[in-house]
Each structure stands twice: as C-alpha cells, then as structure tokens.
Write a protein that binds this ligand. Structure first.
Ligand SMILES: NC(=O)c1ccc[n+]([C@@H]2O[C@H](COP(=O)([O-])OP(=O)(O)OC[C@H]3O[C@@H](n4cnc5c(N)ncnc54)[C@H](O)[C@@H]3O)[C@@H](O)[C@H]2O)c1
Length: 256
C-alpha cells in the first residue's frame, strides 16, 4: 500500500467505497475520521473497528466541513490522506428530474469536493505531504441518457481535480482522480429506484476493493488518473476520439 501516513479523512464514510477505505485503513492501524450525513451508516462503519472516529457532516455545508476537519486534526492529528467519496446518483431524464434534485446532485458531488479541498488541503500543502483523492467517475467523461445531472457533477469534479493537481504538483502532496465504471455499492440502488440506464449493463459492476487497489497503484506512480476495471481506459479513449460514435451506441442501447 502506498500510504505511509497516519491519519485519513474520508467523506462518504458511511457506505460503499468510503466505508471500505475506512475499515481497510483502520485494520492497518491508521486513524480515520469518517464523515457522512448518514449517522446510522457511520455507526455501522465504525462498529467493531478500532481507530474510526465518526463525524456526522454534510459536505455541502462549508461550516460543517470546516468543523469536521478541525475536529479530525485535534483528535487524531494532521491529515495525511483525504478520500472525497461522498455522492448521490438519482437518475432520470433532465426534463423529468426536479430542479432541486439537479442542484442537489451538483452541491453534494461537486460542492462537497470543493469544500473539503478548501479546508483540508491547505494544511497538507503546508506540511508538504499527503494524498488527496477525489472520486469522479467514468460518468465524468462519458455522458449518457438518464445520468445527465450526475454526469455534469462528475465532469465538474474531473475539471476541478485536474486543475487542482496542476496548480499544486511538485509540492509534496500526491493527487488521484478516480474514474470507475459502475461499482457494486449501494449507490447503484439509486438508479434501481429511479431509472436504470441500460448502458450500465454493458459489463457487470466491478468490486469496490478493485477501485481502492487501483488508487494505490496510481499514487505510487505519482500520476493523476485512476481508471479501474477492464476496458475502462479504452472507453475513456473512445469518448475522447469518437464522441459521435459513443453517442450512437448510447442511443442504440437506451432505445431512443
Ligand atoms: N458505485 C459506483 O458505481 C460508482 C462508480 C463511479 C464513481 N463512484 C463514485 O465513488 C464515490 C463513492 O461512491 P459509493 O459507490 O461508495 O457510494 P455510496 O452510496 O455507497 O456512498 C456514498 C456516501 O455518500 C454519503 N453522502 C451523500 N450525501 C452526503 C452529504 N451531503 N454529506 C456527506 N455525505 C453524503 C451517503 O450518505 C453515502 O454514505 C462517489 O463519489 C461516487 O460518485 C461510484
């Protein structure tokens, strides 16, 4: 594992990949601050796992994020690693989705990343060490029908993470921007509960641990992009080089 530090702060720590990252690090004797709006989820994450401090936090609320960062540093120590994993993914056609839902997706998925960067990253840059990991998605590169609001939020994360990296490289902090295809976590239930894009069926979801392992490989190489799963990088290239072809495939797959 590429992590030699001691303290990690993880948003979205109450479920899925945030929970898995928190438990993995705690099992290695690291100290973890798990942040989430889901208090029950946080409790479950920490149950039976020493070393996980749970801090109920709404990442859209900059005061809440600032307090969580301060509490983490006071109780656990300087932050050596951040996972920005909090997100939501309600699906639907853009003209069918409620306006408040579209804004909420952006506030959490993109605004949350901004808030955590503004409060947690300055200390890491000052100390000249640490890992700053942003979860984007393949949806941050490949727009598809039914996922427009989530696509927009993840395109924003991709752009923010890329510029953040270029503005701060060579300052001792390593950056990773994670772009997985569908992963087997509770997030997918939000598509099940709304509209399931048939495009998701092009391959079975990958396992959360695969994503976390791919992050370590990227951090060790000191590069930015993480494309976990077979064929993910190819899909990314196809979108860059053949966007019209990709849209043809999306229309054919979704049936309109
Ligand atoms: N699961 C996938 O298919 C997939 C694919 C690509 C990228 N991702 C990204 O990976 C990251 C982790 O996703 P996951 O699959 O583990 O999802 P998940 O749904 O299992 O966990 C996300 C967590 O974010 C929390 N959250 C939501 N709103 C919040 C808020 N306002 N403040 C704080 N926490 C909040 C939720 O309560 C939840 O515990 C996300 O950024 C997601 O977009 C997931």
């Amino acid at each position: 594992m590429a992590f030699s530090g001691k303290v990690a702060l993880i948003t979205g720590g109450g479920s899925g990949m945030g929970r898995l990252a928190a438990r993995n690090l705690a099992a290695q004797g690291k100290l973890v601050a798990a942040l989430d709006v889901n208090v029950d989820g946080l409790k479950e994450t920490a149950d039976g796992h020493d070393g996980i401090l749970t801090i109920p936090t709404d990442v859209t609320d900059s005061d809440s994020v600032e307090n969580a960062v301060r509490r983490c540093e006071q109780e656990l120590g300087p932050i050596d690693r951040v996972y920005n994993a909090a997100a939501i993914m309600p699906t639907g056609l853009l003209m069918d989705q409620d306006i408040s839902v579209i804004h909420k997706i952006m506030d959490i998925n993109y605004g949350g990343v901004v808030n955590v960067a503004k409060y947690a990253l300055p200390g890491m840059l000052e100390r000249g060490r640490g890992d700053f990991i942003n979860f984007a998605s393949m949806a941050g590169w490949l727009p598809i029908i039914y996922l427009g609001a989530y696509n927009a939020s993840k395109f924003a994360v991709v752009a923010f993470a890329e510029v953040l990296y270029h503005e701060n490289r060579n300052k001792g902090v390593r950056f990773a921007c994670v772009c997985p295809p569908p992963v087997a976590t509770p997030l997918l239930q939000q598509a099940e509960d709304n509209v399931w894009p048939k495009t998701f069926d092009s391959a079975p979801p990958i396992e959360p641990q695969q994503v976390l392992d791919a992050i370590e490989v990227t951090l060790e190489k000191d590069t930015l992009w993480v494309f976990p799963g077979r064929g993910t990088k190819l899909g990314w290239r196809a979108r860059l080089w053949f966007p019209r072809l990709m849209w043809k495939i999306v229309h054919r797959t979704e049936g309109f």
